[in-house]
Design a binder for this molecule. Sequence first.
Ligand code: G
Ligand code: G
Ligand code: MN
Ligand code: NA
Length: 252
Amino acid sequence: RRLAGELQQALTEGDQLVPFFQPQVDAQSGRLVGVEAVVRWRHPVLGLLRPDAFMRLAEQMRVVADIDRIVMDRSLDAVERWRAQGVHVPKISFNVCSGRLHDPGVVTAVERVAKGPTRVTFELLETILVERESEVFWQHLAAIRAAGIGIEIDDFGAGHASILSLMEIAPASIKIDRRLIAPIAGNFRVRELVRKIVELAQVFEIETVAEGVETPKQAEILRAMGCDLLQGYLFSPPLCERDLAAHVMGLA
Ligand code: G
Ligand code: G
Ligand code: MN
Ligand code: NA
């Protein structure tokens, strides 16, 4: 297919694949606590493409780790440019696929920023957790932790994470899947389920992040439950580098 050739070309040239940044706020104070870097493809004809338009193709082409590397490198450059402009971003989170987690270069790639005032975390999809059977998985996880990089479990509640894997991996945070957040105001059972997830995380001293928060009602319910961080269109969609800087300055 034509898109496959174009994606291959975008990967070698590199400048069509760009990171966008979605703010995360403290549920209690509303203050910015970090951003999640998400990939966008500036396609010369089709315009700005979101991951759902090309990540399945990228998986078939086995280039997701290459995309993750480009997003990471370009995001770290952005953090340094923001800093030069006086824009402080307390934390940046990256979506890290299995191939990227196993890339020995992944730690050195983020070290220059992780040593500075911006914390770095890796979001692992629940599907990565099936690999926790393997020795290499634990070696890489240990190296990541030793470098001071936080581990977050993405899309929690939607995949393979068991209670046992939560205990074993001991992530800094879990991100509650947006499919559990969307019905939270209208569905009593889902609301109580999310409350139990937050309580469970609290027992293990794991921070909770709600994804896909779109309404003030959802935000209020989550805040009252003790969910720590909120992310979603209610606060901001993912923004390009320049718009994120303007957003942060506007909050200051
Ligand atoms: O940005 P958007 O909501 O369209 O993202 C859709 C999905 O794509 C999300 O589930 C997200 O985890 C994934 N995704 C976004 N950016 C990246 C990335 O840079 N690397 C990987 N591996 N997945 C990403
Ligand atoms: O799976 P992951 O959470 O990593 O993907 C993040 C993606 O979710 C972003 O790329 C963004 O496009 C999408 N997203 C962010 N906030 C919202 C929201 O409030 N509602 C919905 N439906 N999608 C969102
Ligand atoms: Mn994510
Ligand atoms: Na997610």
